[in-house]
Design a protein around this ligand. Structure first.
Ligand SMILES: C[C@H](O)[C@H](O)[C@H]1CNC2=NC(N)=NC(=O)C2=N1
Length: 93
């Protein structure tokens, strides 16, 4: 199980546009239409399954919110940072 990160470590490692909210890291992505958001959520789910590390995904009209935390560790770990980076790399591709 990954170790909990300190707030300073989180701040140093968070990808741009991501923020820390308590024990979670969060980003909301905007889309031109609803189905692009749905497709993005599907892609995030596939990454989560591959990593076996699962975010909360909230699909709204023209936006998708991703929340990451490490439930077993009880906070934010490298697994969450890695997931955010993987999602970012897919989004920018
Ligand atoms: C048993 C436990 O649920 C699994 O080991 C995995 C599944 N996906 C997970 N996802 C997240 N975000 N945190 C976890 O601790 C976690 N654990």
């Amino acid at each position: 199980m990954a170790d909990l990160l300190s707030d300073d470590e989180i701040d140093a490692q968070l990808p741009d546009e991501w923020t820390q909210e308590g024990d979670e890291i969060v980003r909301t992505y905007e889309f031109d239409d609803y189905l692009r958001g749905v497709n993005f959520a599907q892609m995030v789910g596939e990454i989560a399954e591959a990593q076996f590390h699962h975010p909360e995904i909230v699909i709204r009209y023209e936006e998708v919110e991703i929340r990451l935390t490490s439930h077993e560790a009880g906070g934010i770990t490298d697994d969450d940072i890695e997931m955010a980076e993987l999602i970012e790399s897919e989004r920018s591709d």
